[in-house]
Design a protein around this ligand. Structure first.
Ligand code: 3PY
Ligand code: MG
Length: 232
């Protein structure tokens, strides 16, 4: 499994430091997290080797936001609330320069175009419409990963998030997503936000999983420090 950490708190140095903790990838959240253009640029300017993959969860399926995250040097984008193959195709087009897509050329910001390393384009399946059309979304050319948002998906389906994740039956929503990804030959990913949920998601067959969050890791570290200092 590719273990990721999700950065929501907005701190530049805190997020840059997450890259050195051994995770395979870092997700910078500009949809619900406290990140913006400025913090994303500042974090990416602090990158050093060895690098984890850095993906930005943009605020919306918007070509300007996708282009700006990639101009800042992100290795890819995670695009929220993608509901159909057409919306997935729009996200892919926004992530790539012509002739593959429609992304504008912007190396004035200081990055170089590396055509040998095209950005990763992940689209989020987290609505009932998206689940209905998951096979078509997965088969959309240029979609590299479907990334499930289990919180939004469970709201959309009228379930508790843990109920959604615990359902391992053949036709369960999460099994359908993993099957569609495997059929299309793309990566299945998901947000867990806590290690115990990550274990279930791995069992479903998800490969790229956001195991924990920056705030979760802080809480865990604080709890273990207090436990250690309280020991007789
Ligand atoms: C969801 O679970 O809906 C998410 O978008 C996680 O960030
Ligand atoms: Mg969501």
């Amino acid at each position: 499994m590719h273990a990721g950490v999700w950065a929501s708190l907005g701190g530049v140095r805190l997020t840059a430091a997450l890259e050195g903790l051994g995770f395979d990838w870092v997700g910078i959240d500009a949809q619900h997290g406290h990140h913006d253009d400025r913090s994303i640029r500042d974090i990416l300017s602090l990158r050093r080797e060895p690098r984890a993959t850095v993906l930005v969860r943009v605020a919306a399926n918007d070509p300007t936001m996708i282009g700006r995250a990639l101009d800042a040097g992100a290795d890819g984008v995670i695009v929220p609330l993608v509901g159909s193959p057409e919306e997935a195709a729009a996200a892919v087009a926004a992530a790539h320069h012509p002739p593959r897509g429609t992304r504008s050329w912007g190396p004035l910001a200081g990055y170089e175009i590396d055509l040998a390393r095209p950005p990763m384009c992940a689209v989020m399946v987290e609505t009932a419409d998206a689940l209905e059309q998951v096979a078509g979304i997965a088969a959309t050319p240029g979609v590299d990963m479907i990334f499930v948002g289990p919180f939004d998906l469970s709201l959309a389906l009228g379930l508790e998030v843990n109920e959604l994740i615990a359902d391992t039956s053949e036709r369960s929503p999460l099994r359908r997503v993993v099957a569609a990804c495997s059929e299309a030959g793309i990566v299945a990913g998901a947000f867990a936000g806590a290690p115990e949920r990550a274990v279930h998601l791995r069992e479903h067959g998800f490969d790229w999983v956001a195991v924990d969050t920056d705030s979760g890791l802080l809480a865990l570290g604080a709890a273990s420090a207090m436990l250690a200092s309280a020991a007789p």
